[in-house]
Design a protein around this ligand. Structure first.
Ligand code: HEM
Length: 387
């Protein structure tokens, strides 16, 4: 009998054959072990993402979310609260634009490269994608650079689930507390010193006299750190992996950097790190002949939407010339569409272009990949390269 268990190692390692069976035979599937419905077709995910009145985020947007996040962050609120938060955060982001970040991203990338350039090899996650993204986010939000390692360690711990017990571990909860205290202290420091960064802009953001409350700024910074560091770092690792596995595409991207934008969209379609996000039904809802009840959890498999043959021809083929590659679900959709998308794309493109420029002979070593245990993300734990 076919079983889809979002907590299984099988799903962490390779969800794509399972998604195909789900899309073809069980488009609205009840997962007993996940205690949730599973939607895998592009059109259903697209529609559910836009129908926030029924598919609510207010009880959490991860299957095994930490209860305290429900109702308190951008990703875990519904309109009108969500729209108010999003406008204020967007305002803080837009105030200075992103162009000013290109040179600092290059500088951080080169500092990181200097650490391993004499070794002839690198482990991509720990040596490159993670320090670069933590470095960029640290600069953006105003976190001290020396905190990078401890930050990344705690974020991975928060996002992981014990595959045996299917619970957040005591370690995950302790890491969440740690990050909450960390952002609280950072906020207090910013109130006094007011450095020129995003956190200060969040403190100052004001629309029609409305400002963010301290707790909202704290939870927003926490979300930006978690969403930004883990998603962007893992996505950079995925893009490098996709390009290594498709040397023709890689050669074209290296020869013409304007093709990076296509490669990024295609990797978000083909292999997004943000695989499955959760909603909770506010009322009974019927889909593909299945009756779902108010209060049921539903997971939207963003990673499956991009591989839906109903939407994309030869969906399992990595093709940087795909004309409709941008129509993917790799960064979500509707009201909760990734807010950090322009920053993530800029960071990944700038850092990877710099890496290929410095190390044109980068080759992936044939080594088994492993993946973090997560109901939400598909992130490699380590990938080795030589050069
Ligand atoms: C390539 C890297 C990234 C991927 C694949 C990604 C993916 C996603 C996805 C799928 C969602 C929707 C979640 C849902 O449906 O509930 C989301 C939301 C969000 N992302 Fe990203 N993300 C990335 C990078 C970033 C970065 C760098 C930041 C910030 C610095 C960020 C901040 C956010 C925020 C704040 C939300 C919540 C938006 C809302 O609910 O209104 N993300 N992201």
């Amino acid at each position: 009998m076919f079983v889809f268990d979002p907590y299984s190692r099988e799903v962490d390692i390779d969800p794509y054959p399972l998604y195909k069976t789900l899309r073809d035979d069980y488009p609205c599937y009840w997962s007993e072990s996940g205690d949730c419905w599973v939607l895998t077709r592009y059109e259903d995910i697209y529609n559910a993402g836009r129908n926030w009145e029924v598919f609510s985020s207010a009880k959490g947007n991860m299957l095994d979310d930490i209860p305290e996040r429900a109702g308190s962050t951008l990703g875990t609120t519904d309109p009108p609260r969500h729209d108010r938060l999003r406008s204020l955060v967007q305002y803080a982001f837009a105030k200075r634009g992103l162009e000013y970040m290109v040179e600092p991203i290059k500088a951080i990338t080169n500092q990181v490269i200097e650490q391993f350039i004499d070794n002839g090899e690198l482990e991509f996650v720990n040596d490159f994608s993670s320090p670069v993204t933590v470095g960029v986010l640290s600069m953006l939000i105003g976190m001290p650079m020396e905190d990078q390692e401890v930050l990344r360690k705690n974020i991975v711990s928060i996002l992981s689930t014990d595959p045996e017990t299917r619970q957040k571990t005591a370690e995950s909860m302790a890491s969440f507390e740690w990050l909450k205290n960390y952002t609280g202290e950072l906020l207090e420091k910013h109130k006094l010193e007011r450095p020129d960064d995003l956190l200060t802009r969040l403190l100052e953001a004001e629309i029609d006299g409305d400002k963010l409350l301290d707790r909202e700024i704290q939870m927003t910074s926490l979300t930006l750190i978690m969403a930004g560091v883990e998603s962007a770092s893992s996505f950079m690792t995925m893009l490098a992996l996709n390009l290594s596995d498709h040397p023709d595409s890689r050669a074209r991207v290296m020869a013409d950097h304007s093709l990076f934008a296509n490669a990024i969209e295609e990797s978000l379609r083909y292999n997004t790190t943000a695989q499955r996000f959760r909603r909770t039904l506010t009322r009974d809802f019927e889909l593909h002949g299945q009756k779902m009840n108010a209060g049921d959890k539903v997971i939207l498999c963003y990673g499956s939407g991009g591989r839906d043959e109903r939407k994309h021809e030869n969906a399992d083929k990595y093709d940087i010339d795909r004309p409709n590659a941008r129509e993917h679900t790799g960064m979500g959709g509707g009201k909760h569409m990734c807010l950090g998308s322009p920053l993530a794309k800029l960071m990944v493109e700038t850092a990877m272009a710099e890496l290929y420029r410095r190390l044109p002979n980068l080759e992936r070593n044939a080594e088994t990949l492993d993946w973090i245990a997560s109901t939400t993300f598909r992130s490699p734990t380590a990938v080795r390269y030589s050069f």
